[in-house]
Design a protein around this ligand. Structure first.
Ligand code: ADP
Ligand code: MG
Length: 468
């Protein structure tokens, strides 16, 4: 019986949080002797170690040699305070301090190199941005040892093998499986607790990669799949997956069960509580996934399973993503011209920009799609180049962007069989003066997404939430 548990940034955010986390680990271990722990970088909100690491590195690339030094001071403060709060001077403290110091010194060295080169490659970013997990894992493992429980901090570079798509690397399963088993199983057999860094992996050539922002959830699922775990638990700072982001709507409630599909849609469309790729390894191995609150551990949280028999037939949750642009390609001459959509999305993909939502008018006179605001100019330029001939012939009249839009998504598997849901959604928004710019239904039919003006996002979420 193997269990993989992941603790997010706030769960290891300071000495007190780490104490509670350690207690939960030890309690859980009584029922699950084969327990693997995955940790994020320290992140007591609003200061997140990963953000700090990135801020210093980006500033260095822009020629600023001060910010990363100030960041290093702050990193020392955060980590040393936790170490001082947790570890006895006679025991683990000195060793853990010097381990952490090595990472911070290395951070300064790397940023200095970035400053000199004036360039921050994705590969350098990955080497830098995963250091937070390497530090937090060492602190937590040392504290568990101090409590008398053998524990070992393990860098996921020893376990998770990925392709070399830095910043958003894909795990290579067969290699990951064999490495993970060879490294972790002997520890589990000897009752040593592995404390594994989330977020990072390694290429076959030994270069550090990362799995994308928030990727520690994904790390836990990958290890769960590699070890054929019975369950994967994600510990965070809220009572599971909620009906919407509680920061947006304080009356949001915890949802007892969701299906993999439902939670995938939510995560993909902005619910930050889970990394969108987390579900895939769990679906493949049919591993139930639980989301629980480190700061309220007796709350059952959310369990995510293949099929939810108790679905209520309607909307279960609503999520939102902002800072998007809606890009439209339109022209009367597009009708019947084959391959316009394929070429448009090909051009966007070439720029390595992801398309979050697509909507096409049935007249085929326009297609529109949402992409991150930051890449709008680049996408328009790429489309103008791809369709230069059609623009000249006026088969395509214009390619344009509406900036600052948001996608608001209502999710619920039961929506499929329930008539009138779309009508209720549109009526609710209309009644509160929210104009719907475009609509798309998820292909799994368990979500409906609406594009609205960025300024209307909170109103839209609030009034869709009121329908749940
Ligand atoms: P961690 O560091 O534990 O991974 P995250 O900040 O990544 O934590 O994710 C948890 C946060 O996700 C919550 O504090 C909450 O603000 C936000 N969130 C957004 N949408 C939802 C939702 N539908 N349910 C729960 N939390 C949500
Ligand atoms: Mg997270």
């Amino acid at each position: 019986m193997t269990l993989v548990m992941k603790f997010g940034g706030t769960s290891v955010g300071n000495a007190q949080a780490m104490r509670e986390t350690a207690e939960l680990i030890l309690q859980t271990r009584a029922q699950w002797p084969k327990l693997v722990v995955v940790v994020s970088a320290m992140g007591s909100k609003p200061i997140k170690v990963t953000d700090l690491l990135l801020r210093g590195a980006h500033a260095a690339a822009a020629g600023d040699g001060d910010t990363f030094r100030r960041v290093a001071v702050e990193l020392r403060q955060i980590h040393y305070e936790a170490i001082d709060g947790l570890l006895d001077p006679e025991g683990e403290r000195q060793r853990t301090l010097s381990e952490n110091e090595q990472f911070i010194t290395r951070y300064e060295t790397l940023c200095q190199a970035v400053l000199v080169l004036g360039e921050l490659t994705p590969r350098a970013l990955d080497a830098i941005s995963g250091m937070g997990e390497q530090m937090s894992a060492r602190i937590l493992a040392a504290y568990l040892r101090q409590l008398g429980h053998p524990a070992e901090a393990i860098d996921a570079t020893e376990l998770i093998v990925t392709d070399n798509n830095f910043q958003e690397a894909m795990p290579l399963l067969p290699r990951t499986k064999s490495k993970t088993r060879v490294r972790l199983r002997p520890l589990l057999d000897q009752h040593i607790l592995p404390i594994v860094t989330g977020f990072i992996g390694v290429t076959e050539g030994g270069i550090t990669t990362t799995l994308g922002r928030g990727g520690s959830d994904y790390s836990a699922a990958i290890l769960g799949q590699a070890l054929e775990a019975e369950e994967v638990w994600i510990w965070t700072d809220v009572d599971g997956v909620m009906t919407t982001d509680p920061r947006l709507v304080p009356s949001a409630r915890s949802i007892p069960t969701l299906t993999y599909r439902e939670v995938s849609e939510l995560a993909y469309y902005g619910a930050k509580v889970l990394h969108p790729k987390t579900m895939r390894p769990c679906v493949e191995n049919n591993i139930p996934l639980r989301i629980k609150n480190t700061f309220n551990p007796t709350h059952p949280g959310t369990v995510i399973v293949a099929d939810d028999q108790n679905g209520n037939g309607g909307i279960k949750a609503v999520s939102a993503i902002k800072n998007l642009s809606l890009i439209t390609v339109e022209g009367k001459g597009m009708m019947g011209v084959p391959g316009i959509a394929a070429r448009a999305f090909g051009a966007v993909a070439q720029e390595n920009v992801s398309v979050l939502l697509i909507s096409q008018a049935s007249s085929e006179q326009s297609i529109c799609f949402a992409t991150p605001d930051a890449s709008t100019e680049q996408v328009i330029a790429a489309l103008e180049a791809a369709f230069a001939r059609e623009l000249q012939r006026q088969d395509i009249d214009r390619i344009w962007a509406q900036h600052d839009v948001a996608i608001v998504t209502a999710v619920g598997a039961g929506m499929r069989g329930t008539p009138g849901i779309a009508g209720r959604l549109f009526t609710a928004l209309g009644a509160h003066g929210v104009n719907i710019i475009a609509i798309a239904q998820g292909s799994s039919e368990c979500s409906v997404s609406m594009v609205v003006d960025g300024a209307d996002m909170a109103t839209a979420v609030t009034h869709i939430h009121a329908l749940i």
